[in-house]
Ligand binder design. Sequence first.
Ligand code: SF4
Length: 75
Amino acid sequence: MKVLLNRENCSICGSCWETCPDIFEQNPDDSFSQVVEKYQLNGNNAEGKLPAESEDCAAKAAELCCSDVIRVEKE
Ligand code: SF4
């Protein structure tokens, strides 16, 4: 599964990194959510490739995101 973040629309509510701290974190420079480094695709903090065990949490975070920033895509 891939996860995609439309980072510039993030309202910095913190829901995603509280729900899935293994997948999302707050960027220290712009404060928006990003994919943690170990799951980033090509060093892009707005795009990640997730292991199967993280899929449910990513889907939950996408559902909870109040700003509709998080997309999950089955591969
Ligand atoms: S849940 Fe959405 S709006 Fe909130 S910090 Fe995460 S990406 Fe940003």
